[in-house]
Design a protein around this ligand. Structure first.
Ligand code: BG6
Length: 518
């Protein structure tokens, strides 16, 4: 992680970096090679992110971005492909002056990983030679997971990788999902480890690139007000909600064999949990932070057998209305098996068995076709004693809640009880509220901007280390196994536009709590 800097209230670190007033993130000249370069991820996320880095002056001074795929295209075709991606998906529009200098960095190479990568090597050599690039390559696997292992093996066969040097001459970026279960995750990680050292491997969990997610550690450890309260003495419980209004869209092929637990919980939600629950790391070094997050995963109480039934709820959306629009049920979506048993919603109750969090329940939930897109972590403090202002059992005061809004209304709020002005003592819950939009102005960088910048700078802090990925799988496996063990068990349903099935409410109510609507 770069050294923290003090930011003036009206400038972000990004703006300071762009203005050169903050320590620059060292980005050496690099050749970025995107396998799956003409795919959806490259079109929607990677190329727009690289373009925005270019706009901010954050790309290295010398860079080549080569898309690789089976399609036969010219460099100009690829530049046009990138342009449509930027036009449709970039957070900032095309700038007539900046575009040509960005586009000049883009190249296309036709290659298939079924064949030899020799011609790709020759093409990259030419591109890199012409641009004076020293040969540091960043391989981005924007391909289906089934192609991770073959691609890595081909890179090895083509002798593209120098393993084990202190300064990486090659880095590899791997997208989630890393595996379908613990075993397949290990197989992918083993195959990668045959070719790359761990310090050359960047496993993406794009939630870690979100500004608001990075802010969790800042909020906790750059302020003295919160950290003394973050433990079982003061915290009643913690909720993590990641809600999507969208349905499965055109991704049924992937989602049918994934489901919400694999797609969202194993990675994004457990990563959020790690950040909110971690011990203070002793430094901002990537591995120090990742060690602490691993500790959280290793402290999760394992769910076994019937614990799974009492601590987890899955659900599937049926036809309903989302934001006033009628939408079909999951089983009616294109490409979905009408008898599908894939879950589109998960709620969990879990415990972190360490000194800090002993006895504090954590509730996690995520789902598609919920009432709105909203992700939030809420930390619920214990009630004040039932005396003074809280003594009426029929009108208890709202406990303080710290809500970290991950998206879309980025910010955080603290609910506080306050006296309503007037002659009587009446207490009312008010909010201290911070909004990124109104405080910092400009839109925050997209997660992929930050993540790509960090890969180029060689900073692994925001990426998943092998042991973390496997620890997360290790914890979710008993849930997957239990669910798979009974193919006749009914799966609760919810109408699209509701907050999941009623069973999810019961999960928290049996503990005397309620879900907080984000
Ligand atoms: C992806 C999941 O990892 O995250 C998708 O595969 C999900 O199913 C997406 O929609 C959500 O990301 P975001 O950034 O839109 O919250």
């Amino acid at each position: 992680m770069p050294e923290p800097v003090l930011t003036a209230p009206d400038t972000s670190l990004y703006e300071q970096l762009a203005a050169g007033t903050a320590p620059p993130i060292a980005a050496e000249p690099v050749s970025v090679v995107i396998f799956g370069g003409a795919g959806d991820l490259a079109h929607r996320k990677l190329l727009p992110a690289l373009y925005n880095l270019h706009l901010d002056g954050l790309l290295p001074p010398r860079v080549a971005i080569t898309g690789v795929g089976r399609k036969s295209m010219t460099d100009d075709d690829y530049r046009q492909f990138a342009r449509t991606g930027v036009e449709s998906f970039s957070r900032r529009p095309i700038d007539a002056h900046a575009w040509p200098t960005f586009a000049a960095n883009l190249f296309w190479a036709s290659a298939s990983i079924d064949g030899s990568l020799a011609s790709l090597g020759a093409r990259l050599d030419v591109v890199e030679h012409e641009r004076g690039l020293p040969g540091d390559r960043l391989y981005y696997l924007a391909v289906p997971p089934s192609l991770f292992v073959p691609t890595v093996q081909q890179l090895d066969r083509a002798r593209f990788i120098v393993k084990g040097t202190a300064r990486p001459t090659a880095r590899i970026v791997v997208e989630k999902p890393i595996g379908h279960d613990l075993e397949s995750a290990r197989a992918i990680n083993d195959a990668i480890a045959q070719v790359f050292d761990e310090h050359q491997v960047y496993r993406i969990d794009h939630y870690l690139g979100k500004e608001t997610v990075q802010n969790i550690l800042v909020l906790r450890f750059a302020n003295s007000i919160f950290e003394p309260l973050f433990n079982q003495k003061y915290i009643d419980h913690v909720q993590v909600t990641v809600a999507e209004a969208e349905g499965v869209g055109n991704r049924a092929g992937y989602y049918e064999s994934a489901g919400a637990l694999r797609d969202m919980v194993q990675n994004h939600l457990l990563q959020l949990l790690c950040l909110v629950a971690t011990e203070p790391p002793r430094s901002l070094d990537a591995d120090v932070i990742r060690d602490e997050k691993l500790e959280v995963l290793q402290s999760l109480r394992p769910l076994q057998g019937e614990d799974v039934d009492t601590s987890t709820v899955r659900g599937r959306y049926e036809a309903g209305f989302v934001m006033g629009q009628p939408v079909p049920g999951y089983r009616e979506e294109p490409g979905v098996d009408p008898g599908s048993r894939t879950e589109t919603f998960v709620a969990l109750r879990l415990w972190i068995d360490n000194w800090r969090w002993a006895g504090v329940p954590f509730f996690l939930r995520t789902g598609k076709r919920l009432p709105k897109r909203a992700s939030e972590i809420s930390v619920h403090l214990k009630e004040v004693p039932p005396i003074l202002f809280n003594r009426n059992p029929g009108a208890r005061l709202d406990p303080n809640i710290l809500s970290l809004r991950i998206q879309p209304d980025e910010g955080f709020a603290l609910g506080i009880s306050s006296k309503i002005p007037g002659p009587r003592v009446r207490v009312y819950p008010v909010q201290m509220d911070f909004h990124y939009g109104s405080t910092f102005g400009a839109t925050s960088p997209e997660a992929y901007e930050r993540l790509l910048l960090d890969v180029m700078a060689g900073d692994q802090t925001l990426f998943m280390r092998r042991d973390q990925v496997e620890a997360a799988w290790h914890w979710v496996m008993p849930i997957l196994d239990r669910w798979a063990s009974d193919s006749t068990a009914s799966i609760p349903t919810y109408a699209a536009g509701e907050w999941g099935p009623p069973e999810a409410d019961r999960l928290v109510r049996t503990m005397g709590r309620e879900w907080k609507a984000p």
